[in-house]
Design a protein around this ligand. Structure first.
Ligand SMILES: [Zn+2]
Length: 272
């Protein structure tokens, strides 16, 4: 694993609150520190995981929390839950609403419930002036339509399309709208549309993530993923662009600090 000295990396999307980390979370965070991570965002999927994300953000100085209802849990979202998200979002370590969106691949919640939960949380993010973390799976057109309507008239940085799997054309339309695009471990698996995106999108619109414990990058594919492995994503993007992985790391860290207004100092680098 490459080591880049002072903190230069940010894992913009993790689930270290999950039970897969319950036995060795301290060690996982220690390895993240050693790998040069300046921040790890822990993303909630419902109320308990959002609360857990905040608890981790209180425990580890590098962790920041994202709170909200994943489309899988959309059907379980009641009126009281929106109130609870608003409460949780007041916490100083909460930096975004997410992960929200549509998942028409697994359809674990009915589509109408997903659309409703998505729209309500987008409205909420706007009210709270927080960026959004978007999950989109086999719902490309629907997510794009909803986000384009939502983004109208906004000049602010809006959020990020997490674990982006669309093509370069779609990625460009999202960055024109004001979104960032986040690249995860599958970029290391070989030929994918994400490779085109990682190669050609302006570096100042890219974030990197692990989505751990899922989507483990090579060379660790098949094992549990963890935040320190985000360095492999940076290395791969660097390889595709013909620049040092460290430059990708620093630049995407700077982008994450900007988007999520993270109160941390990392060695910034001007993106080219
Ligand atoms: Zn996720």
């Amino acid at each position: 694993m490459p080591s880049w000295g002072p903190p230069v990396l940010i894992d913009s999307h993790s689930h270290i609150d999950m039970r897969q980390f319950s036995k060795d979370r301290d060690a996982v965070m220690e390895r993240a520190r050693e790998a040069g991570l300046a921040a790890v965002l822990d993303v909630g999927c419902d109320i308990p995981s959002s609360e857990a994300a905040i608890a981790l953000a209180e425990r580890y100085v590098e962790v920041f929390a994202v709170v909200g209802f994943h489309p899988h849990s959309a059907a379980a979202m009641g009126n009281g839950d929106i109130g609870r998200i608003i409460e949780l979002a007041q916490h100083p370590r909460v930096v975004a609403i997410g992960e929200i969106g549509l998942d028409f691949y697994r359809n674990l919640s009915p589509r109408e419930a997903q659309v409703e939960a998505f729209n309500r949380q987008l409205d909420l993010a706007r009210e709270l002036d927080l960026p959004v973390v978007i999950h989109s799976r086999q719902a490309t057109d629907e997510v794009f339509d909803i986000l384009s309507r939502w983004a109208v008239g906004s000049s602010e940085t809006l959020g990020v399309l997490h674990c982006f799997s669309g093509d370069l054309e779609l990625a460009r339309r999202y960055i024109d709208m004001g979104f960032f695009i986040s690249i995860a471990g599958p970029i290391t698996y070989g030929k994918s549309s994400a490779a085109d995106v990682a190669r050609h999108l302006p570096l100042d619109r890219l974030l990197i993530e692990t989505d751990c414990p899922f989507l483990t990058p090579n060379p660790h594919r098949g094992k549990r993923n963890e935040p320190s492995y985000v360095s492999f994503v940076a290395e791969k993007i660097g390889e595709l662009r013909g620049i040092p992985g460290e430059e990708v790391a620093r630049c995407t860290a700077g982008n994450a600090i900007k988007l999520f207004r993270l109160p941390i100092q990392a060695e910034g680098e001007t993106c080219r």
